[in-house]
Design a protein around this ligand. Structure first.
Ligand SMILES: Cc1ncc(COP(=O)(O)O)c(C=O)c1O
Length: 415
């Protein structure tokens, strides 16, 4: 095999990957719908948002979908809806985007970090069980990069301990667990529709649930204009003076999201084919492990793709390995999600969260390196690759696979 590109050999990836990885796809349909909504005044109408909510609820087979201005606010609403309050604990993995965690703090509650399953990179049910205390109120499960967490044992634990399960489906729109749509298995599902996600609104979020109490409480937190519609007095009485957040979606975002939803399944089918093809190709290569796709999962929504790297097998650091891949033309990079438990917020008692620390009942848990050894070890192995969103990129994926094979076969050149 030819010399590695990092040492002056020929590059393996010669095809341009811009078209294959282009995202988001905003077509003429979205553009025309936006122009139309501005012309006919529907961009100032709540009806536009309700139409999107109705489609989203129908797609998921749930009773309620409440559109939000982003995924973070949908998560805040979910914790609030679940009754998470001062001093309560919420179990959540440390490996994920931090805004699934920070709304817990907004409820003056305490994130308790659990380990991830090294294969799926999602919450480990056994460790969830270990982290339960009398103060635990909820579990938040993030379906990382699109891979569904193993929901059955998690639901069982939650039912045994009377805990609310919140699914963060921001990476996994339309993906299935044992044939069931993610976001509908727990008590509340939350989605981000920010522009990198598998369906976009520019910025946006959605909360879904079958539970009227959760829906009503989410309305109370951030949708004052809907409070008078709630059927129970205990909620309606807050319609003049409420909880101080305004979380509704922009109607133009709803126009885009509605069209994106219509195309979600067909776009997921393309991603599924591409990413399964890549996974199969990387399977036989020594020293690495492609993203695990559990047998219970149907995945079409991919927000990222992770390969595990075993430096002890290949005798070269991950940094060097990534450099060699990049020289071959592979858009490989370091893991960009930093572990929450190792961030200043959870390491020191100082300033930024002073007001929270002063709250009665509230004692933020602090962490140090080594507290989540499995998570720390697994995440240190991860290499990020792009998602292939578009049709006609098999040849490019072949070149990516070939580049991995070439670097591994010539690993001695890097020593
Ligand atoms: C897993 C996860 N949860 C929540 C969010 C927050 O969503 P938003 O950026 O729409 O507020 C993101 C955003 O990237 C995310 O990846």
């Amino acid at each position: 095999m030819a010399k590695l590109a990092i040492n002056g050999g020929p590059k393996t990836v010669t095809l341009d990957d811009k078209e294959a990885t282009r995202w988001p796809i905003i077509g003429e349909e979205e553009i025309q719908a936006i122009i139309e909504a501005i012309k006919n005044g529907r961009f100032t109408s709540y009806e536009t948002i309700r139409e999107f909510e109705s489609d989203f609820a129908k797609y998921h087979g749930v009773r309620y979908a409440l559109a939000h201005n982003n995924g973070t606010s949908a998560l805040h609403a979910a914790y609030f809806a679940a009754g998470v309050g001062p001093g309560d604990e919420v179990i959540i993995p440390s490996y994920q985007w931090h805004t699934a965690i920070t709304p817990i703090l907004a409820c003056h509650a305490i994130p308790v970090f659990c380990e991830i399953d090294p294969k799926t990179l999602t919450a480990d049910p056994e460790d969830i069980k270990r982290k339960i205390t009398p103060r635990t109120k909820a579990i938040c499960v993030v379906h990382m990069w699109g891979v569904p967490a193993d929901m059955d044992p998690i639901i069982e634990i939650a039912r045994d301990h009377n805990l609310v399960v919140i699914e963060d489906v921001s990476h996994a729109h339309g993906n299935l667990y044992k044939g069931r749509k993610l976001g509908t298995i727990g008590d509340i599902g939350c989605f981000s529709l920010q522009m990198g996600k598998s369906m976009v609104a520019g910025e946006g979020g959605v909360l879904i649930t079958n539970n009227y109490e959760y829906y009503s409480r989410a309305v109370l937190l951030g949708h004052y204009e809907r409070i008078p519609e709630l059927t129970k007095d205990e909620y309606r009485r807050y319609h003049i003076c409420n909880f101080g957040f305004k979380y509704r979606m922009h109607p133009l975002a709803a126009v885009i999201a509605r069209i994106q939803l219509k195309h979600l399944d067909e776009r997921n089918a393309i991603r599924r084919e591409n990413m399964e093809y890549l996974t199969k190709g990387l399977m036989e290569i020594d020293g690495i492990e492609p993203q695990y796709i559990p047998p219970y999962a149907t995945m079409g929504s991919w927000y990222g793709y992770r390969v595990k790297y075993y430096h002890e097998k290949l005798g070269v650091s991950k940094k060097k390995f990534i450099e060699a891949l990049r020289a071959e033309g592979v858009r490989a990079s370091e893991e960009r999600y930093k572990l929450a438990h190792l961030q200043p917020m959870f390491q020191d008692k100082e300033k930024p969260i002073r007001s929270l620390l002063d709250c009665p009942n509230f004692r933020l848990r602090l962490y140090k390196k080594g507290d989540l050894p499995i998570t720390e070890e697994v995440v240190s192995r991860l290499i990020s690759l792009p998602v292939f969103h578009n049709k006609g990129c098999k040849e490019l994926i072949d070149q990516y696979i070939e580049a991995f094979r070439k670097v591994v076969s010539n690993i001695d050149e890097l020593k």
